[in-house]
Design a protein around this ligand. Sequence first.
Ligand code: HEM
Ligand SMILES: *[C@@H]1O[C@H](CO)[C@@H](O)[C@H](O)[C@H]1NC(C)=O
Ligand SMILES: *[C@@H]1O[C@H](CO)[C@@H](O)[C@H](O)[C@H]1NC(C)=O
Ligand SMILES: *[C@@H]1O[C@H](CO)[C@@H](O)[C@H](O)[C@H]1NC(C)=O
Ligand SMILES: *[C@@H]1O[C@H](CO)[C@@H](O)[C@H](O)[C@H]1NC(C)=O
Length: 338
Amino acid sequence: MWTKLAFFLLLLLLPLPTTAVSFTKDCVDPTNGSSLRFNFYETVCPAAEAIIFAGVVRAVSAEPRMAASLLRLHFHDCFVNASSKFEGCDASLLLDDTDRFVGEKTAAPNVNSVRGFNVIDGIKAELEAACPGAVSCADVLAVAARDAVLLLGGPTWQVETGRKDGLTANKSAAESNIPAPTSGLSALTQKFRNVGLSQKDMVVLSGAHTIGKARCTTFSSRFGASSSGSSDRRFLDSLQQLCGSGTNDTLAALDLVTPSTFDNQYYVNLLSGDGLLPSDEALMDANAGEVEGLVAAYATDVDAFFRDFGEAMVRMGRLAAPPGRGGEVRRCCRVVNA
Ligand code: HEM
Ligand SMILES: *[C@@H]1O[C@H](CO)[C@@H](O)[C@H](O)[C@H]1NC(C)=O
Ligand SMILES: *[C@@H]1O[C@H](CO)[C@@H](O)[C@H](O)[C@H]1NC(C)=O
Ligand SMILES: *[C@@H]1O[C@H](CO)[C@@H](O)[C@H](O)[C@H]1NC(C)=O
Ligand SMILES: *[C@@H]1O[C@H](CO)[C@@H](O)[C@H](O)[C@H]1NC(C)=O
């Protein structure tokens, strides 16, 4: 606190560095549009993180699964990477369709699947009442994801804020960038590498499947005998019984043992062949190498999982539009400002 203040006072006494002068001359935002940091709202909206936390507490007490749904919103927001038009964590996912673009809500990985938009709207309305125009929707998603994990017993981490909300959304980019549950290990790894994240990030972030639910349609491809691999036959039989025919919106817990606790049970399940999605089971591929070691390590060491998960969430939260893309703080998360 005092060192920060002293540092600030020192800055005031120093002559302007020449780089700052040249930025001013070129009319370029010296923050470069990508100045994520801890406590970004400390001065512009000191209550921001407390307001978000209270909103997440309310939603998760009403329905524990909402914690999982909020965590997934941040992931699906951050992963959209439309090649030259990288979007990253810009709340593009929250935009409703308009005449100008078809948004991401109807993209295959999201339609009839992502949820929690009303919770975000409620939190955003409170933020607008407290500090109009200050807190971006993209930051609400990042903070809510962090809080949701903590509320179900998981780790916490210092969340970086200062994101801007994007001005558009891209359905086809969401479809090509968000990994599919039918993907194998190399495809999953590639989707993470596409946005600058590692295979290790993929393994540790998949641990998010320690909470929440999935529809039968996302895993019923595993019922065929040929695709059962090393998985637990009795587990698959019980799922098949639950789902009936292949196209069924019935839900199964992603973690059958502790479905509403954020713990390392996901990895324990993988070791006994009880991962739900084909993409979960893919982490058990015989040729998985480093992946195999990570799964075993996280299954036995919850502290290592919690630490690595928090670090990977911070990295995922840094996926951002390149400098100069612009952006805004949306007043309503569903529409860009007029
Ligand atoms: C590695 C690639 C991943 C694939 C293929 C994948 C796929 C899926 C699928 C198919 C579902 C079920 C959706 C439905 O039936 O409607 C799901 C649920 C979920 N995913 Fe993932 N996911 C991946 C990674 C992640 C990551 C990185 C996170 C977060 C850090 C995450 C968090 C969740 C959560 C929390 C749920 C449950 C949501 C709820 O209950 O509302 N997933 N995922
Ligand atoms: C801002 O972005 C430009 C172009 O990407 C880069 O060359 C420059 O070093 C960045 N400046 C700062 C302060 O990050
Ligand atoms: C995603 O973005 C990264 C980094 O900006 C880029 O290297 C990669 O080619 C992009 N991938 C896709 C599929 O657009
Ligand atoms: C949407 O994303 C795709 C990549 O999946 C890209 O080819 C296309 O140009 C993007 N559309 C717009 C309007 O940015
Ligand atoms: C889906 O599963 C539910 C629950 O077991 C069952 O009641 C329903 O009939 C199934 N629907 C189909 C189309 O198989």
